[in-house]
Design a protein around this ligand. Structure first.
Ligand code: DGY
Length: 319
């Protein structure tokens, strides 16, 4: 029997590519550039499955031109905001993602961003690296301490919970907003807020862990930034669309927000050039899940979903 034909749109981990090549008839985009609309449409005529990243966009205009061969999109990502699920569902194309396996890596990068924003990592690095570190004083580069501070978490799913666990290790006072209240055993006794405004009022630090959906677009806007404690710190490792970036610049300028840690932006790749004027924004280029361990786990999870589908079973991460 012929092996199913699979298009892998980006250079996934070596272990993932090796396994995929063993089990499937695979075409890998080793040039590693995001798949264009035209490439994605033509792949739907040539392949039984696509393994994309969040960099390939399956919008309704693209999906409407799909051919009959494509049966499943096994995403190498937990986020699926790049997929128009309704349009894909109408075409009877299954969609899976890779939950769980990247929660710890993403929570780790959120901790890094929070610490970096709180302790002036960008400015400190620049001063030493540039040879401009000429003096030391007890009033020099004084930051905010995590210990005992209130951390607000929006979205207490898998990543939010992993982050809460790490924040607990830093002795932070944990508060969260989630659509539903979690059992205390899962939330580790964190304080539940049934609305975002109530959470923001107590968030000396705020970390976003909710998916990008039409409902969460510009979730953090000028009004909400203004009810946070003066000098609060904001961290985003979820999606750039959650934050009104102009409002954030205003909040940084007024001092309402004193530090920001970002791994994602409204425009990616590239980010927001205006952010570069602020030394109190610690920025990374969407690398929350970029560890060897997690990349392998994400690739294997995507392949597990394909294996189930082609064995006639329901993929574990079917959306
Ligand atoms: C995800 O899995 O959604 C990460 O953002 C990487 O794509």
């Amino acid at each position: 029997m012929n092996k199913p034909r699979i298009w892998i749109t980006r250079k996934l981990s070596d272990a993932t590519l090796e396994r995929a090549q063993k089990d499937y008839d695979v075409v890998i985009n080793l040039e590693d550039q995001p798949g264009t609309k035209e490439e994605i449409i033509s792949a739907s005529f040539e392949f039984d499955a696509i393994v994309p990243c969040h960099s390939e966009v399956f919008s309704s205009d693209v999906v409407s031109k799909f051919g009959p061969r494509l049966k499943i999109i096994a995403n190498h990502s937990v986020g699926v905001d790049h997929c128009d699920l309704a349009a894909l569902n109408e075409k009877n194309i299954l969609v899976t993602n890779t939950p769980d396996v990247l929660s710890d890596a993403t929570a780790e990068i959120a901790m890094l961003l929070m610490l970096g924003a709180a302790r002036h990592a960008v400015l400190g690095d620049e001063i030493v690296r540039s040879g401009n570190w000429k003096n030391w004083s007890p009033s020099f580069m004084v930051g905010k301490q995590l210990t005992g501070a209130r951390i607000g978490i929006i979205g207490m799913g898998r990543v939010g919970q992993a982050f809460a666990k790490k924040a607990r290790g830093f002795d932070m006072d944990i508060h969260y907003f989630n659509r539903t209240k979690l059992n205390d055993s899962v939330s580790l006794g964190a304080s539940y807020h049934d609305n975002i405004e109530s959470l923001l009022k107590v968030s000396d630090f705020l970390s976003l862990h909710c998916p990008a959906t039409p409902e969460t677009k510009l979730l953090i806007d000028a009004k909400r930034l203004n009810i946070m404690p003066f000098g609060a710190i904001l961290v985003n490792t979820a999606r750039g669309s959650l934050i009104d970036e102009e409002a954030l610049i205003d909040a940084l300028t007024s001092g309402r927000i004193s530090g920001v840690g970002l791994d994602c932006y409204q425009d990616e790749p590239g980010g927001n050039p205006k952010f570069s004027n602020f030394k109190n924004i610690f920025m990374l280029p969407h690398i929350g899940s970029a560890t060897v361990k997690t990349r392998d786990a994400m690739g294997f999870r995507a392949l597990d979903n394909l294996d189930s589908y082609f064995a006639g079973k329901t993929p574990e991460d079917l959306l």
